[in-house]
Design a protein around this ligand. Sequence first.
Ligand code: HSE
Length: 413
Amino acid sequence: MIKAAVMGYGTIGSGVAEVLEQNRDVICRRAGHEIELKYVLDLREFPDSPVADKIIHDFKIIEEDEEVRIVVETMGGLNPAYPFVKASLLAGKHVVTSNKALVAAHGTELLEIARRQGVNFLFEASVGGGIPIIRPLYRCLEGERIEEITGILNGTTNYILTKMDKEGESFENALREAQNLGYAERNPEADVEGYDTCRKIAILTAMAVGKEVNFEDIYTEGITKITDIDFKYAEKMGTSIKLFGTSRIKKDKVSAYVAPVMIGKDHPLYAVNDVFNGILVKGNMLGPAMFYGSGAGKLPTASAVVADMIEAAQNLDSHVPMGWSDEKQKVEPMEDICFRFFVRIAGSYRNKEADVKNFFGNVDVYELYGLDEFAVLTREMAEGDFRRAAAGFDTKEQARSDFGIKQMIRAVL
Ligand code: HSE
């Protein structure tokens, strides 16, 4: 029998208790031991819950109890998750976490402590909710050079964008629904501004290159500026708009970004809707592989946590090599990454054709009935070149008439 403790009895923590209970027999068979929850650490009481008699409020009880071999952190945030996780590893306990903010900010140090202590620091649930992606990267794809990882990595924003796209739902209503369903972060800014996706793509990139990736080096733009009009153009163009976290790895060079991207029906991630996440991984031998499933939510995410608990139980006295070193990976500037650009411009194309062509070159033009604007889709160009062209166009427009560019969305078409 292995004793475990869960820190944080929120959506995921309570899901972990439920999965351990419901799947007790298969977990025992696969782990080689029964896994019993000894403590649940939370500030609150849960008198009517199945773990009412396990609730504690003092982390020291977990830290000092030698019987506890596996500590699960599902509190979220950095404080007190970071000091508690660090202390647990230093006390020789295995730690399993679903906390991407913690892994992205302190993963390098925590992995190093786990190595030194001969224990495991596992974080499958930190990326992609219930989708297996971390373990495939350090196990199944070990023989590959990873060339690209592109993911829809945030369930909340994918839910919002899908509702806006398919049902014409407003941003605010769709966000409220995602919160009610337990998908959103405590502060949903982390979802809608792309910060959550940024941490997840930083973790995946670090796994792929074996070096530390500073999430602050990754250009990050959320979905708050995407409107119903953008989706009307998208419909006319046979495209959709998804929040991507992408990294491309060429020899030692890594380019990475988080941004809403317009994609066509033939893109492998086009059909990833609602709370689902999809992760496209390209290996130099394998080619493309897709990982798809529930990217957020109680039981799917808890299932990934429990899988890590089983891995820890199977390796109680050994450290499983995984993760990355403290060597720093440089991330190339966003200006050098090439896209096509979808641009909405005030006024009529007829009056502005010459300037559009002058600044952006050959473009495809789209117009929607009843709007005093038009949209163009540029050829592929580097982001830096686009920005210079857009600034030149806007300066000319401002001097001449109305303000020029109303919206820009990168396109992978
Ligand atoms: N808020 C996150 C999401 C939870 O919506 O994807 C899972 O990491």
